[in-house]
Design a protein around this ligand. Structure first.
Ligand code: VG1
Ligand code: CO
Length: 537
């Protein structure tokens, strides 16, 4: 095989964010953009003395996945890879399935071609998640070194062979994208019990949003569990996700929301994102917020065969509401709070400190892999429904009755002017807001949060700003790290409500005054007079 060394010039903006490197597809199509990033990643593996011989390559099926596959293979091979395992011939698999395969086959790491919930297609986004031997995203120590490397790269190694020859290299093997993953799910949940629940008429409506989970969902829900044949919708994989923005929340998936809230509905409604790590859950006429979903999972974990012996601890991201804290406290479980990004859970999972965790952005997962997992979360719910015989609404009512309800809302200003965002952040950071009015209440504290990982000692600065008020509202605010245009600001607001007569109120309605007060406090209409507010929940 002929290894060649190609001269290259650095590309700007190859800094990985919350979940890998993301850019416009057209940016990724620039000469050597992909090659520079891949070579830099491999250089970091080597500089950190990590083994770099066996890699898994996966993708969520979006535009460029198939085209980039042979180019990635050539670079890995030219850099000494001895084994390359590809998840599915069509490069369409959920990220959690890739995480499982890295772990199961003990690979040295992996590359997942996905920009997750960002739209796909030539005018959409592309991305690469760099995965570690634990099956989780690279920590900041790795991505910082990777970014530094991309700024000085001068050459990369590749094979001088055709794309077809690359795919046919003897070190390349293709494995079934669904089987290992479905087997794993079957080993964790009570499939016979869920099967009976479907036999007795239980129904699910699962929306794959034309992305990566359709095949796994059909295999698991319909084939193995016997759900009705029409349970999976938008289940074919399309390179541009049919033009959808595959982000399961109330803003970007009004279809499933409408089907579940206004009928005809199903016993369980769910949707997932582009790469199958996020999920949105509904019962008949009821939306379950992700923080509440994590609280329910924690509360009922003993019903899941895999968790029957108990949890070592739980964790949530800092922007997630405190609903799970209340449950964990009563159950005597440790509850950790980590910065945004699944890698912060991964180190606690590696250390055995937690076995279940979740973030507000529609993701939960456990210690069996190192990524969040949509189908896992949906099976968790199915298992609870089947084991208790209760409805989603009954389970939610019980949660609120026993612990109180933590009302929660999340909204963003997406792709706004980065310079204005910098000004706003500076204003919030420097303004003396403590004591300022907040509706009928006052601001009690304003804190810039930093974090030290209790397992590894790794630190994170700029986690976000937390504002507490005298009426018990918590506002959290941070910059997104997954956008590809301008800057995206995220706001999170929660308030604990013990009064049962108020539990039935819609959370966006309940939080309306607090959001209006926060907008005034942060002078949002001055900074972003025209920006649309994206309300996720
Ligand atoms: C968002 C979410 C975060 C999630 C990340 C990756 O990040 O807020 O919770 O971990 O996306 O999700 P940000 O920085 O834009 O807020 V995904 O589904 O890659 O894998
Ligand atoms: Co995702």
């Amino acid at each position: 095989m002929r290894t060649i060394t190609v001269q290259t010039l650095p590309h700007a903006n190859q800094k990985p964010g919350t979940g890998g490197l993301r850019s416009r597809s057209r940016t990724f199509m620039q000469e050597n953009f992909l090659e520079n990033f891949m070579q830099s990643a491999l250089d970091v593996f080597k500089s950190k003395n990590m083994r770099a011989e066996f890699f898994v390559i996966a993708g969520d099926g979006r535009f460029l996945c198939r085209e980039f596959l042979p180019r990635i293979i050539k670079i890995l091979a030219a850099n000494g890879a001895k084994r390359i395992m590809i998840v599915g011939r069509d490069i369409t698999a959920p990220t959690p399935a890739a995480s499982h395969i890295i772990r199961k086959y003990r690979a040295d790491g992996g590359f997942v071609m996905s920009a997750s919930h960002n739209p796909g297609g030539i005018d959409g986004d592309f991305g690469i998640k760099v995965e570690m031997p634990n099956g989780g995203g690279a920590p900041e120590s790795f991505t910082d070194a990777l970014y530094a490397r991309t700024k000085e790269i001068k050459e990369y190694k590749t094979f001088d062979i055709s794309d077809d020859e690359a795919l046919a290299l003897p070190i390349v093997e293709f494995i079934d994208a669904t089987r290992d993953y479905a087997d794993l799910m079957e080993s964790m949940f009570d499939f016979p019990l869920i099967k009976k629940w479907f036999e007795k008429g239980g129904t699910i409506r699962f929306d794959a949003m034309w992305a990566s989970t359709g095949a796994a969902a059909r295999e698991i829900f319909i084939k193995r569990l016997g759900a009705p044949g029409n349970s999976v919708i938008r289940g074919e994989s399309k390179p541009d996700f049919g033009g959808l923005h595959p982000e399961p929340n109330l803003r970007y998936n009004p279809e499933i929301a409408n089907f579940m809230m206004n009928g005809p509905g199903a016993d369980l409604g769910a949707a997932c994102d582009g790469d199958g790590d996020r999920n949105m859950i509904f019962g008949r006429g009821i939306f379950v917020s992700p923080p509440d979903s994590l609280a329910i999972m924690t509360r009922h974990h003993k019903l899941i065969p895999y968790f029957a012996k108990g949890l070592s601890g739980v964790a949530r991201s800092i922007p997630t509401s405190s609903a799970v804290d209340l449950v964990a406290k009563k159950m005597g479980l440790d509850c950790y709070k980590v910065p945004t990004g699944w890698k912060w859970f991964a180190s606690l999972l590696d250390a055995g400190m937690i076995s279940l965790c979740g973030e507000e952005s529609f993701g939960q997962g456990g210690n069996y892999i190192r990524e969040k997992d949509a189908i896992f979360a949906i099976l968790f719910w199915l298992n609870i429904l089947a084991a208790t015989g209760k409805t989603v609404r009954e389970l939610m009512n019980e949660l609120w009755r026993d612990f109180g309800r933590v009302f929660y809302t999340q909204y963003s200003f997406e792709g706004v002017d980065a310079a204005r965002v910098a000004e706003l952040c500076e204003y919030i950071r420097t303004a003396d807001l403590v004591g300022a009015g907040f509706g009928k209440a006052k601001i009690k504290s304003k804190t810039e949060l930093a974090y030290t990982d209790p397992a590894t000692g790794a630190t994170a600065a700029n986690v976000g700003t937390e504002i507490l008020t005298t009426d018990g509202t918590r506002i959290f605010f941070r910059l997104s790290g997954t956008g590809t245009v301008g800057a995206t600001l995220r706001f999170y607001a929660e308030k604990f409500e013990p009064d049962a007569t108020k539990f039935g109120v819609d959370s966006r309605e309940y939080m309306r005054d607090a959001v209006a007060a926060a907008d005034r406090l942060f002078r949002i209409s001055e900074f972003f007079p025209d920006a649309e507010k994206t309300v996720a929940m």
